[in-house]
Write a protein that binds this ligand. Structure first.
Ligand SMILES: [Zn+2]
Length: 76
């Protein structure tokens, strides 16, 4: 499990870009700037889509982690 996998998400309250751990996808996180709470979601999920089941978020996180590992382990 990589510890350095992040994605960028814009805070809905203060509008700043935050670095959120991929492992926090689908969970409540706190903006480090304005301390407001929001749900960590990948940017492609923006919009008025209904709440996804947690398993979908976990699957997405697994895909992102797999991609990060693939980049890290890529032979030169
Ligand atoms: Zn904020």
């Amino acid at each position: 499990m990589s510890k350095s996998a992040y994605f960028m998400q814009e805070c809905g309250t203060c509008g700043r870009n935050l670095r959120v751990r991929i492992s926090y996808l689908g969970k409540q996180v706190v903006c480090q700037h304005c301390k407001s709470q929001f749900r960590a979601t990948d940017s492609i999920d923006k919009g008025d889509s209904p709440v996804k089941p947690a398993s979908a978020a976990l699957k997405r996180a697994d895909e992102l982690l797999a991609a990060a590992d693939a980049i890290k382990n890529r032979p030169r």
